[in-house]
Design a protein around this ligand. Structure first.
Ligand SMILES: Nc1ncnc2c1ncn2[C@@H]1O[C@H](COP(=O)(O)OP(=O)(O)O)[C@@H](O)[C@H]1O
Ligand SMILES: [Mg+2]
Length: 308
């Protein structure tokens, strides 16, 4: 695996003395889709802005494909496409010109075929001669993505790309990200839509209060931290959980109608068969049951709360 982004002991203290990044180290391989999750104010945008050279780090080092972002700024920046969190101020340029100009900024020769492909993949082709400021918010966001891809970057940062956008744009963006990965582009996205990370990411990093508190393969994270629950809807309300059932991890809802059993999917036996038999012995009957698996969202909320 080739390291595409190497972040070592990065810190950022803003002018007022606020420590937005504390000793962040992170390696991202070529071709990965990496999702950075964290609550508001965790430091996601600061981290991206440092890597993209918009904000200066207070200490530490960032290498892009082996080159230093400070001493080799032009080279490293040309390998990066950035879709910023905020929509930029209004532009009087057409969509086409905006993208052409951005490509030129990074020293790339004009390539109308490439721009055509990018605009079509984002359903922007019929808007290519429209002035950006006349577009809706969702369309402006599409333009931001097209602009970021205009110079064929090897790395794409998407900073909360789908905050407040419509379903179609979300779907288009997910398709674009998947096809970029197929072309070997490294994608880093920040989001607090966990569903997005669950859909797209190969690995997930969680940042909170300027610290990376976890980095893990998505599949492993969900396997290791996921729990399953069985909910039994009782025929009669139950006042107390009888003592002969105390060995099970059971919860009773406020209305005393739902009994919840939480079990570990990694264990060989779930204990469900024994539980159902013990319930019958205790004279507790149910008329419905369902199981649910904890989502990445549950896992994430648990993780961030642990740190508080
Ligand atoms: N220019 C700045 N000056 C001072 N503090 C800042 C500045 N930009 C961001 N911050 C603070 O740094 C923290 C992290 O912000 P940010 O990186 O935008 O978080 P996120 O993108 O995860 O929401 C926040 O508490 C924010 O208020
Ligand atoms: Mg942000």
């Amino acid at each position: 695996m080739r390291s595409m982004i190497s972040i070592k002991k990065l810190t950022k203290t803003y002018a007022g003395g606020f420590e937005a990044l504390k000793d962040v180290s992170l390696e991202i391989d070529q071709g990965e889709i990496f999702a950075l999750l964290g609550p508001n104010g965790a430091g996601k945008t600061t981290l991206i802005n440092v890597v993209c050279g918009i904000v200066n780090a207070s200490s530490g080092e960032v290498l892009i494909d082996g080159s230093d972002i400070v001493s080799d700024y032009r080279l490293t920046r040309s390998k990066i496409g950035l879709v910023p969190q905020e929509l930029p101020s209004e532009s009087f340029e057409t969509v086409w010109n905006t993208c052409c100009f951005s490509r030129g900024l990074f020293g790339r020769p004009a390539d109308s075929k490439h721009l055509e492909r990018v605009l079509k993949s984002l359903s922007l082709w019929d808007k290519k001669d429209t002035v950006s400021m006349q577009l809706s918010g969702g369309m402006k966001r599409r333009v931001l993505i097209a602009k970021a891809l205009a110079h064929e970057p090897e790395i794409l940062f998407l900073d909360e790309p789908t905050a407040g956008v419509d379903v179609e744009l979300r779907q288009d963006m997910w398709n674009v990200v998947t096809s970029l990965r197929d072309q070997g582009v490294t994608v880093i996205l920040t989001t607090h839509y966990i569903e997005e990370a669950e859909q797209l990411a190969d690995r997930i990093g969680v940042i909170d209060h300027g610290e990376i508190i976890l980095v893990e393969e998505k599949a492993k994270l969900m396997r290791d931290m996921g729990k399953k629950q069985l909910v039994l809807h009782l025929q009669e309300p139950l006042v107390d959980i009888p003592s002969q059932l105390s060995s099970y991890d059971l919860g009773l809802s406020k209305d005393q109608r739902d009994l919840t059993y939480t079990y570990d999917t990694k264990r060989q036996s779930t204990g469900i068969t024994a539980l159902l038999s013990d319930l019958r012995t205790a004279g507790i009957y149910f008329n419905d049951l369902q199981t649910s698996q904890s989502s990445l969202e549950d896992i994430f909320v648990d993780l961030v709360n642990e740190g508080r």
